[in-house]
Design a protein around this ligand. Sequence first.
Ligand code: C2E
Ligand code: CA
Ligand code: CA
Length: 844
Amino acid sequence: MSHLFKPPMATESLTTWRDLVRIGPDDDPFWLKVRTTQLDFLSRYFPIIAAVGIGNAAVVLAALADRPPVPVLLGWFLTIFGMILYFARRAIVEALSGRKTVATRRFHIQVLLEILPVGIAWGLLFGTMLPRLSDPQLALVVGMTLVAVGTTAYATAIFPLAALMLSGPIALGSAVGLLASDWPYSDLILIILMAFLLVAVRGNVLTTFAFLARLKAQDRLVQQEEVVRLLLKEFDSNGNEWLYEFGPDGCLTFVTSRFGDAIRRPSEEVLGRFWLDFLTAHESRETLKAIARQAQPFRDLVVQSEVEGEIRWWSLSGTPKFDADGRLVGYRGVGSDVTEKLRAAERIAELATFDTLTGLVNRRIIHTAIADGLQGPTGVALLFVDLDRFKAVNDSLGHAAGDRLLAEVATRLRATVGEAGQIGRLGGDEFAVVLRSGHAEAAHRLGESLIAELCRPFQIGETEVRIGASIGLAIGPEDGADVEALMRAADLALYEVKGKGRGTVRRFDREMHARAEARRALELDLRVALERNQIHMVYQPIVDALDERVVGFEALMRWRHPEHGDVPPGVFIPLAEETGLIVALGRFALREATRAAAPWPRHIKVSVNLSPLQFDDDQLVEDVATALRLSGIAPERLELELTESVFLDQRRSTADKLAALRALGCGFALDDFGTGYSSLGYLQKIAFNRIKIDRSFVRSAVEEGSESSAIIQAIVALADRLGMETTAEGAETRAEFEAMRRLGCAQIQGYYFGRPMPAEDAARYLRRSEPLIAFDPGAFTDALVDVTAVAGESFSPGREGGSLLLVSPAEDPASDEEATRQLQAAAAPSTGPALRAPRRIRRG
Ligand code: C2E
Ligand code: CA
Ligand code: CA
């Protein structure tokens, strides 16, 4: 049934049956519109209704004039006439004033109530008059009624309530009248009348549904338009994209204001202009023309334009518009200025190729160059150049100076390498040179001249700066068949140069791989060394130069590897530093050393080495404090040995930690003085208690005519002035000891007084009155190594003149003898009977 009445459009737009007779609330614009339209429609057909109504009424009145009751007839006529006049009056008033009554709910109901009497008048007439009419009269009345109903149906086509007000009473009246009439065809007439009514109702319902559906669709469209308008506005004010539209002639019909910004002119000005006129590049125009000719859509097409003499790049997208016949009627789409984006991309591409600081190519390009070289017939040579002491310059003179230095280095590298190869910066102070020939000697020679060049002083502003360089060389494909392998080879070679004194060129060899492997294996072992109790501390005495009495011990770390035996600290400490394990190891050293020192006499100090890398650890200060607390030793008894490199790190945090450690009350010793980047400025930065003069100076100080003596004297004098003491490291002989004493060193440390020993031995060493056992030399001198190997660290051998000194940890002469026997037995296999009875001496 529903499909008979409801047009498809109404079904889609969700119009309900209820909507047909709904008046709707006042505050809903949709229903206001419905009411307004319904009333408008009614008013529009009002003249016709009025004419038909009056004509009808007049005809009926004339035809029935002879039929009583006349007052009913007259009343009927006057009602209709009055109502029509009433309507007409309002229509005329509205037309004259130009003000239409707002179609409120109230007004709507009022209009309906005004229509109702007309309907009732007709209905009453039919109900009362029909039975009394003659046949021709009846035919006339029915005919007129049909006309009236038809007209009303038309005028109320979208106003079912109004139709109901009119047709309802009429239908009711006619039904009553016809049923009451004894006319033979009255039933048939009634059926026809009702059928006609039904058709009229259907028409009304259908039209109303369609009307409501259309209004609803319109309403939705308005809402959508509103949304789109808002979106557009937002798009225009936030984005940097513009919308455009042009017609079939290619002239712009619409642009948003962003386009105006892009061309720096009001966007209204451009409407009507040929859109391709905005594009300057011939290519851009041709491309777009070709696309438009084929009515193709396009996306992110980058075209060139010129705005106020400046080249700009736009990205355009567009979709063709077609009319109903499928003819192209223009395009609409979005555009944006992408100049900045493109420039950034260009810059990134450049950055990705060149190092901005030096103008050299970057790692990526070096990779390609190596790959090309490996492919070529002559092979390739790869040199890794690492600057020595660059960090020191960077840290002491500042980053700007460091940058200038790097740029200068690049210039010298370029001048030296010339056309022979490509130079790149790999990052930091590492450079790579790729030579297009795998000639090893030539590459080596070039490497040497590079070093010579880089060793010449650099003038950075006011300052003259001296650096050096180390070079690792690898020849491809011999040393590495692919880029990765060759770079690794050069890197390994460089690593070894740096480990072996720097300042030279070194070519990769196969053993480096093995060594690197071994290093890696060792590294893995080191990771578990602490937890497996393979790490322990030994203590080397430091004596007063004047009375040769022990004043303290330096704690030194030992690693007893289950397979390799003792791994020298010179090997595993750097490894620990590279891997960060030094933090845990350093913490262990602090705990152990302070614990060992706890039972020592109060005037005996303990020195602990701190790696600069431990300053990266935020726990450092806490670790030291904890070690002091756990051991209970006075903070003054702990001396931290630092190397100069700790000052190369100019971070605020490092300075803060030094200050905090100082505040804890421990002392500082400047270790290995004379080996690093010597700037005496460090000495003033932090109040050191002591400077430890590196053993290389001590060694050469006893040689004839060496500068070392002068240097040591200068250091001692300086230390004196700054209120510091000096300790000479590595005195192995009486002669060296005497020399250091003469030069003014306050304390001396070295094998002459004792090797690093386990904590128990250090304790015993302190308890007894330093007895020494002297052996006659002979063949035993050569057996020194064997003896110490067997006797281990319970004896600290030294040499004096021709005799061998063994510091015995024994506390009384009896155990001295026992020790001697052990030693003789140990030495027997290599010395045999040549070892004579020891002579026991006492010092001090
Ligand atoms: P260092 O701090 O300069 O320690 C002194 C080194 O000189 C020790 O080497 C010591 O055994 C050695 N030595 C002492 N007297 C003589 C001598 O008369 N002749 C010769 N040839 N050598 C002598 P060691 O124990 O092999 O330690 C080497 C380096 O390893 C240390 O140099 C230090 O830099 C580092 N190291 C050792 N233990 C630790 C530690 O616990 N922490 C840190 N961070 N570094 C440590
Ligand atoms: Ca040290
Ligand atoms: Ca040292």
